[in-house]
Every structure is written in C-alpha cells, then in structure tokens.
Write a protein that binds this ligand. Sequence first.
Ligand code: ZN
Length: 92
Amino acid sequence: MCSNLNYDLFRVNLTNTPICYCGWHEENVSHYLLECRLYLTQRNNLYYKLHDFSPLDLETLLFGNEEILSEKQNETILLAVQDYIKQTKRFL
Ligand SMILES: [Zn+2]
C-alpha cells in the first residue's frame, strides 16, 4: 500500500524520515488511523460514529468487511474514515 504518509514516502525516497510529526513512531497507516496523539479528537469522533461496529480493526477500517457487514454498514465505515482523514487535515 502506498500513501502520502511519511513511512510510505520514505520508502520511495520522497522524504527524509519515516517518522510522524508527533515524533513518536513511523507514520504508517496503522499509526495514523489508530495511534497518533496528534489526532485524538478526530479519532474520538471516528470511534463515536462507529461504536456499533466496535471493536474495529485496521483491515475493516480500510476495506470494510463484506462477509459480516451490510453494504450500508460498510458505507458508514467508509464515510467515517473519510471524515477522519479530512478532519486531521494531514493531506492538505
Ligand atoms: Zn504520530
């Protein structure tokens, strides 16, 4: 998977460091979505919207789960993750 997160940019020599702006960890997808302390408020909003689906793993956040969840439920997850990405303003 490739993204504009530092971990991915570093792997293709587009940035000098894989470390997140928080300084704590490589900025990979898991860190960005689930761990980074820079986005606590946005993550709380995400979890609030998706509390019906708890516990959520990274795979489900990224790709949904067509085996267990309905199309509408998968759409809800997709839109909530899109909102999270917008609210973090990480890719402006
Ligand atoms: Zn971070």
